[in-house]
Ligand binder design. Structure first.
Ligand code: MN
Length: 236
């Protein structure tokens, strides 16, 4: 079979390391759940009433992926660059309109993630009814640890925490997710045909805040692993 000729080199296959495997996970799509811990929704001024609301989502391009342990440049056009520590769910099987008793079948494993955010741009967009892309879907904004295989496992509890330069900033537990792993899989699969290699960032707890050049972020999710990121200076 002849491979087609391209005008220039096509983009790479984005991928992440997998614990215990030499093969890497090829990454398909990046989904993010918004406002999925009550205390974070309140700190953002948008409390959630699960009785009358459904979860909502945004996406980022796989090209925004950065591996844990990296240094990233302070991004352009912001003066309020925030961390958000999150549990990341890695999908390993396809599913559409998944029934709750079947949701675990889609789970390949989990990772730690940082949903890095240009908060000033996100809030302007939110308040003007504009898309969130400039605040969320920017270069190097999706930081992920190695993927930890836990096939068909639904995580329901586990401490999650983040420090900046060793100082505690975020601390919560997966039990406090408004929509849990099973509910997220079912709900998101109403809108998309979930596929192997999709990652779902499950939302951040309270305590989000800014970082500046030179800061060192460290986070962990109990039973999953750790994540680290260093902030460099802005590139011109
Ligand atoms: Mn987030």
């Amino acid at each position: 079979m002849n491979s087609p000729a391209y005008l220039w080199a096509p983009p790479p296959v984005y991928s992440l390391p997998v614990r215990g495997e030499t093969a890497r996970m090829p990454i398909n799509r990046l989904f993010f759940v918004g406002r999925n811990y009550h205390a974070h929704a309140v700190e953002m001024g948008r409390p959630v009433d699960k009785a009358i609301e459904r979860p909502f989502y945004f996406t980022k391009a796989p090209s925004t992926l950065v591996e844990s342990g990296s240094q990233v440049a302070y991004p352009p056009e912001t003066s309020d660059y925030h961390y958000e520590m999150e549990l990341v769910l890695a999908i390993g099987a396809s599913g559409f309109r998944v029934d709750p008793p079947d949701a675990h079948r889609l789970v390949y494993g989990y990772a730690c993630g940082l949903d890095m955010t240009r908060r000033d741009l996100q809030l302007v967009a939110r308040d003007k009814g504009r898309p969130w892309d400039l605040g969320k879907d920017f270069e190097q904004s999706s930081v992920v640890s190695e993927i930890v295989p836990m096939p068909e496992t639904v995580l329901e509890r586990g401490a999650l925490a983040l420090t900046v330069n060793g100082q505690p900033r975020q601390k919560s537990d997966l039990q406090k997710l408004i929509w849990n792993v099973r509910e997220i899989i079912c709900d998101l699969s109403l809108f998309y045909h979930l596929q192997p290699g999709d990652l779902i960032f499950t939302g951040t707890p309270e305590g989000v805040g800014p970082v500046v050049a030179g800061d060192r972020i460290a986070g962990h999710v109990e039973g999953v692993g750790e994540i680290a990121l260093t902030i460099g200076s802005m590139t011109f």
